[in-house]
Design a binder for this molecule. Structure first.
Ligand code: ZN
Length: 426
């Protein structure tokens, strides 16, 4: 067990991370000398604390689809993450600035995050999404585009030029533009603008991309400091640098060292990562990072990936998948993920999960939610989303308790064995 508390330079009293407990090293630990970086702590932000590890639901366009902020609070969410690119496109960052920032605009008084827009902008270029389990055998190309997709984004040294998927207008994103947008949006935690690569890019491209992301990171820090001074009097916004480097150990370590050398408040673990390397990649990065900085793992929510991420140092996690799955009828339970729209649930008047304390399980049956989703009733989206978001929020709450209580390994073993007992995905 180790305890450290450090207020980061340049922003005293406004943003800090406090580490409370840490997993002990083991022979199987993936970090240097068997280190395991999993830990509990508290991120202090101007809009409140986040107890970590924590799941951060994604409110892409300053809204959880079909669920109100007070319902998110009730189900235990501590913070929400929105998307800078989507908010830039609509309603425009000036509106959020006028409204008093993202939280105030959407009626959420807790901490907020925005991602830089890099992922959305650059996935226009690739035409496919980040896929953890992507099979890349024999598929190396810097120009691969999903069939039938027009290439919409082009990267150069200064930034990215892209066509809006909303209206076809041409836009430009760069480190400075992303920082300007994110400062106006006003989230407590922001991410530096980075270049997202995919597992299909060549090694040479990944190397050039890591160096470019480092140059962009330096420009983000400089612009962030300038804007922080210019906007004095506004609540402090923390900036996380993002570590790329795909599956390559040397590139991940190099990128982590580069990000560690800059004045960032925290680190985002980004980019495409093969599922089997997720924990290892987090450990490589943690080896090279000061422990005083909180670490966010971008965009994962498979149950086994969450455990691998936490065990190897992830403090916060976000993903759209609980809400997206819920709207399609896929519900997460301790006994795996299954689809509530199946015929067998038409007459099942029990809750989704007997011991679940979420609003959906406390008040509604499988049969009712099955009916709502088949009838495309919005309340079906609401109830399935509430249950799924609660599942991940609770999972991280329980993991946190297991680290503090010294029984993480037993909790992990039992939870994974039960969740995957029936060959469940997710
Ligand atoms: Zn529930």
């Amino acid at each position: 067990m180790s305890t450290s508390s450090e207020t980061l330079a340049g922003n005293p009293g406004t943003f800090s991370f406090e580490n409370t407990n840490r997993l002990s090293s083991t022979a199987e630990g993936l970090g240097r000398d068997g280190a395991r970086y999993g830990r509990t702590g508290i991120i202090h932000t101007p809009h409140g604390d986040i107890r970590t590890p924590a799941f951060i639901p994604v409110a892409t366009q300053a809204a959880m689809k079909a669920v109100l902020p007070e319902q998110m609070r009730d189900l235990g969410a501590q913070a929400l993450l929105s998307n800078a690119f989507h908010l830039f496109e609509r309603p425009g960052e000036e509106v959020l600035d006028e409204a008093g920032g993202l939280g105030k605009f959407m009626g959420w008084d807790g901490p907020t995050f925005t991602d830089s827009g890099g992922f959305q902008v650059l996935s226009l270029g690739a035409g496919f999404k980040k896929t953890l389990a992507m099979d890349v055998t024999g598929m190396k190309s810097d120009d691969v585009i999903a069939e039938g997709k027009e290439r919409l984004a082009f990267v150069d040294e200064d930034g990215v030029t892209f066509k809006s998927p909303l209206n076809g207008n041409e836009h430009r994103f760069s480190a400075e533009i992303s920082m300007g947008i994110q400062h106006k949006i006003g989230a407590d935690i922001m991410f530096a603008f980075d270049e997202l690569t995919t597992l299909m890019n060549t090694r040479g491209y990944q190397e050039r991309s890591v160096e470019r992301t480092f140059r962009w990171a330096k420009r983000c820090v400089a612009e962030h400091q300038r804007l922080t001074a210019e906007r004095a009097g506004k609540p402090y916004q923390a900036l996380y640098g993002v570590v790329q480097g795909a599956n390559y150990e040397d590139l991940r370590r190099r990128a982590a060292g580069q990000i560690a050398s800059l004045d960032f408040d925290g680190v985002g673990i980004g980019g495409a990562i093969e599922k089997r390397l997720l924990g290892q990649t987090c450990a490589w990065i943690c080896d090279e990072m000061p422990e005083s900085r909180p670490r966010h793992v971008l965009g994962i929510a498979a149950v086994d990936d969450i455990f691998a991420g936490v065990e190897n140092g992830g403090d916060t996690f976000d993903c759209v998948s609980p809400a997206r799955c819920g709207r399609n009828g896929a519900v997460f339970t301790r006994d795996g993920r299954w689809n509530i729209k199946r015929t067998q649930f038409r007459h099942d008047y029990t809750p989704i999960e007997a011991d679940c304390s979420c609003y959906a399980c406390q008040h509604y049956s499988r049969a009712y939610i099955c009916h709502l989703l088949h009838a495309h009733e919005f309340n079906g989206f609401t109830l399935a989303t509430i249950h799924n978001e609660h599942f991940f929020v609770r999972l991280l709450d329980e993991i946190r308790a297991s680290i503090d209580g010294g029984y993480f390994d037993e909790y992990k073993r039992e939870t994974l064995a039960r969740f995957y007992a029936n060959g469940s995905r997710g």
